[in-house]
Ligand binder design. Sequence first.
Ligand code: NDP
Ligand code: GDR
Length: 342
Amino acid sequence: MAKKTALITGISGQDGAYLAEFLLKKKYKIIGTDRRSARGNNWRLNRLGILNKILYEEMELSELYEIERIFRKYKIDEVYNLAAQSFVATSFKSPLNTSNITGLGVLRILETIKNINKKIKFYQASSSEMFGKIAEKKQNEKTILNPQSPYAISKVFGHHVTDNYRKSYGIFAVSGILFNHESPLRGEEFVTRKITLGFCKIINNDLSCLELGNIYAKRDWGFAKEYVSAMWKMLQQKKAKDYVISTGKTYSIKYFINLVTNYLGIKTKWVGKGINEKLVNLKNKRVIVKINPKLFRPSEVNILKGNSSLAKKELDWHPRTDLKKLVKIMIDEELKYYSNNS
Ligand code: NDP
Ligand code: GDR
């Protein structure tokens, strides 16, 4: 069979790197698009040893002509739209840019597919953030969307427009509603990586205290490397359909920190309450975590917990890495690379 060609937007991001690795193993030809500013940002692909196995193209999601140019240049079978302004906190500071990239960017790609080749299959990176203030204890494909940030609102737009192009034009367009997934390749601004990197700095005496926002928020965290296979599986189905991808378990940021300190063997104690709550290192009595109210979000999503029964049944997709194991994977790699890069 002829080699399939996949175009991955957001190739420089966490999921872009893991998905490229996954599809290369399946013998796909990969076109990875990034924006010019991302050209130096290839540490993830480098770490996975696949930097030279991808065809790179510049493609700003705000530029329809750039998108059209790439879609005319290659014969593309599958598109994975992973590019986004993906940081929720930034979306409150840059709501217009977030809407333009994370929301309208999806429409620009779908319009291009509609105009150039309706046979191209399309995967949209939808998000559990769309559930926002949750309407059900465990969220599935039918749960009402109630977004709480410009990021989540933009994702809701992308989600609905994907559904609309599927129904209106018969395009094989699907959304994976993925819950938080983490890894050693996670961006440093996201809370799990901020914590694993922060503790690595603390034990190397490069940081005295880690500042965090709402440590009582709860998330359903999985391992990113496992989640990208679900994206591919969705595009191999007979029928185009949306799926929730999650572990079905939820834990607080505070619990995540406790797993990290346990794994590192640091004896600690939480003291104080509210914004005065702190984590003390019992060995030297130093405060190693404190709350910075500036890191609270204008509107918070307190808890998310997914129900991925449909994906288990129809995609035979199963999460295999629990949070304790994920912490181990993240810390081990953090420690391995930290001394080389610092
Ligand atoms: P990252 O933030 O790691 O990667 C985002 C990618 O988008 C980067 O390659 C980034 O490039 C690119 N990008 C940003 N702005 C633009 C733009 N204007 N034009 C073109 N490319 C741009 O995200 P993840 O890999 O973690 O997530 C992948 C997708 O999945 C995102 O859409 C995210 O919103 C969504 N998602 C993620 C979840 C998670 O837990 N990780 C859960 C649910 C959904 P640059 O390197 O230049 O910043
Ligand atoms: P999230 O991930 O907003 O869920 O979006 P993030 O790791 O940024 O936040 C998770 C929770 O932790 C709380 N928090 C902090 N977060 C950050 N980043 N930094 C802090 O210091 C901090 N302190 C507490 C947050 O308030 C929040 O409740 C991620 C992104 O990958 C999205 O693109 C994706 O769609 C969703 O996951 C699913």
